[in-house]
Ligand binder design. Structure first.
Ligand code: AAL
Length: 361
């Protein structure tokens, strides 16, 4: 029988790969498109007080972002500049009530004076931990960015901030802060420019902080993931000698499965749009390739005991839409076609696994 190589690969007995995912998207109420307000990078969703909770980046700038060259103390360089971490609750995952700020920018001179953004949450032994990005002023393209943590005994706060960042960029490399990362005078390591997108898991009796790194001397969007571990949620965190643990990926999306760590590797690099698994949390292998995955997905966190299937810990959640493509705006639609938009303000939507279409490898 004549079969091309492509069809030989396709016609496999294990077509029902349990790691394969397709996604459906829907609008949500309360955190959807709103002219003049940025909402993006939602955390995982946790259940507390019989409600769903999520945290996210929120900004309400006086105008659209103006870029690094024109940014000032009040004009944002980009949508996540001059932002704070807010939170919202919901009883059904579709209708959300915005509850106000959880962690706000610090005073001038503080390590988080310029922006606090891109949060993740971990509930552990009755305490709540938010990990998030922090930025200082002025916001140039190559100003370092770090990761900080805040904790509370209630998901409604008040939150206590760490006295200093808990993960910082590697000290290697040299670049003018106003230059592009590729214009390095000395190339640094993969996470020497900025550390982003923290996601905190508790496993094997310790705290595993996954994060995204960008390096001095690397191209724009050449991001990879690393992990830093600690015996205590507040640190000190030690970066793994195996870093980077991915060769691709943008926003970090990880969940626990079968004693290991699974992740959605998204947007950047040769392995973008794959779901990967590391039995030891370090050595990730591709388990499936996915199409149109959620951007900056925050999945519902469930008890580890319920994570019986590879994607049980990645079944639904929130993600963001970045409607900055001008031809889409001229059509008055966001890229997924969900919302009527007039100007490109980032907003949150709901995603869920489309169980009827999970047949391909
Ligand atoms: C996001 C994340 C981080 C980046 C920016 C805001 O999607 O990767 O948070 O810094 O973009």
């Amino acid at each position: 029988m004549s079969l091309s190589a492509a069809m030989r690969r396709f016609d496999r007995p294990d077509k029902a790969n349990p790691w394969f995912a397709k996604f459906k998207y829907s609008n949500i109420q309360g955190l959807g498109y709103e002219k003049g307000v940025v909402r993006r990078d939602p955390s995982s969703i946790i259940v507390a007080n019989n409600k769903y909770y999520t945290w996210y980046t929120r900004a309400k700038p006086p105008c659209q972002p103006v870029g690094h060259a024109l940014a000032t103390e009040v004009l944002p360089a980009h949508p996540w500049d001059l932002a704070d971490v807010w939170y919202a609750t919901s009883s059904d995952g579709h209708h959300w009530e915005e509850r106000g700020p959880a962690v706000e920018r610090g005073p001038a001179g503080a390590y988080d004076e310029r922006s606090v953004f891109t949060p993740e949450v971990l509930a552990h032994e009755g305490r709540y931990y938010l990990v998030y990005q922090v930025a200082i002023s002025p916001n140039h393209r190559c100003t370092p960015e770090s990761i900080a943590i805040a904790w509370s005994d209630s998901p409604d706060g008040p939150w206590t901030k760490s006295p200093a960042p808990i993960v910082e960029p590697d000290e290697s490399g040299e670049v003018d802060e106003r230059a592009e990362p590729e214009q390095a005078t000395v190339k640094g390591s993969w996470d020497s420019l900025q550390v982003h997108d923290p996601s905190l898991l508790y496993r094997e009796g310790g705290f595993w902080l996954y994060y995204k790194g960008e390096g001095i001397g690397y191209s724009h969007m050449e991001s990879k993931w690393g992990v830093a571990t600690s015996d205590s949620p507040l640190g000190p965190y030690i970066k793994s000698p195996f870093n980077p643990v991915s060769n691709s990926g943008h926003e970090v999306v990880v969940w626990k499965y079968a004693g290991g760590v699974a992740g959605l590797v998204n947007r950047c690099g040769p392995e973008k749009n794959t779901i990967q698994f590391a039995p030891d949390g370090i050595n990730f292998e591709i388990k499936s390739r996915v199409v149109v995955p959620p951007q900056a997905a925050g999945p519902l966190r469930i008890d580890e005991a319920q994570n019986s299937e590879p994607l049980s810990g990645f079944s639904w959640g929130l993600s963001h839409v970045i409607p900055h493509s001008s031809h889409l705006i001229m059509q008055g639609r966001d890229p997924l076609g969900l919302a009527e938009i007039e100007e490109p303000w980032d907003f949150l939507i709901r995603w869920e696994l489309d169980h009827h279409r999970r047949t391909y490898v």
